[in-house]
Design a binder for this molecule. Structure first.
Ligand code: ADP
Ligand code: MG
Length: 246
């Protein structure tokens, strides 16, 4: 596991859903500590890309590697992959019938084999870090969307992931809650977490992204640093897309 090889590497990845060629010859390398923002029109394959990296979707051909190793297919290795690759979804996906604290400790107890007391201690520190420690004994439905999404981030961190994938983490939030979640993500980025973030939040991209990857129709059309991408997009499709969202 050399430090010079990319943490995540996709090479010539293809995926179809029936007739639909949803990922077309995708090549992408993400270094340790790098923050990638993926943007592009709805249906362009952004979620499928994230899901493939977490192996929630299989691919037809090509390779996806984490730390130089191809993604495992099954069994314990797959469970380990799921803790190495954190995922934060648009819809929070907290366990509705568990407390906030239990939501964060469940994985560490089951997968990392932590004792409950140790898991609780770590979880409280993480909840504190995302600003919701005082909600630990409530149920998810008692929290605002912004608070729930911050819990989801704490839950991902509790597995000590090597990389966290965020799939439109603020799209389901009321506008006044977007920033409290983005602020947590910006601080994670500054602390050196490797992140792949699907979002149209340009402010976040400008503040935190090392690189913007623009996808359209299953392809990576353009990659650039945020400033160049937003001020001087190279492709017609990127210009067209930015014209619609800015
Ligand atoms: P994005 O996240 O960029 O909006 P997605 O990766 O969700 O795009 O979807 C890309 C395309 O693949 C869309 O046309 C979508 O309808 C299709 N798709 C996604 N998941 C499935 C699936 N499980 N079965 C069939 N088609 C799918
Ligand atoms: Mg999506």
């Amino acid at each position: 596991m050399s430090d010079t090889q990319p943490l995540v590497r996709l090479a010539a990845v293809n995926k179809h859903f029936g007739e639909l060629h949803v990922l077309q010859d995708i090549n992408l390398e993400v270094d340790r500590g790098e923050v990638i923002v993926v943007i592009g029109p709805s249906g362009s394959g952004k979620s499928t890309l994230c899901r493939a990296i977490n192996r929630l979707e299989t691919i037809d051909d090509g390779v996806i590697e984490l730390d130089g190793q191809p993604l495992p297919q099954e069994g314990k290795a797959l469970a380990r992959l799921r803790s190495d690759v954190g995922m934060v979804f648009q819809s929070f996906n907290l366990f509705a019938h568990k407390t906030i604290l239990e939501n964060v400790t469940l994985g560490p107890i089951k997968v990392r084999k932590l004792k409950k007391a140790a898991a609780n201690e770590e979880a409280m520190a993480l909840l504190d870090r995302v600003g919701v420690a005082n909600q630990a004994h409530k149920m998810p439905a008692q929290l605002s969307g912004g608070q729930q999404q911050r819990v989801a981030i704490a839950r991902a961190l509790a597995m000590k992931p090597k990389v966290i994938l965020f799939d439109e983490p603020t799209s389901a939030l009321d506008p006044e809650m977007v920033n409290e979640v983005l602020d947590v993500m910006v601080s994670l980025a500054k602390e050196g977490m490797t992140m792949i973030v699907v979002t149209h939040e340009m402010g976040f991209a400008r503040k935190a992204a090392d690189r913007v990857v623009f996808m359209a129709d299953g392809q990576i059309v353009e990659e650039a640093d945020p400033e160049s991408f937003f001020t001087n997009p190279q492709s017609e499709r990127a210009r067209d897309f930015l014209g619609k969202i800015l």
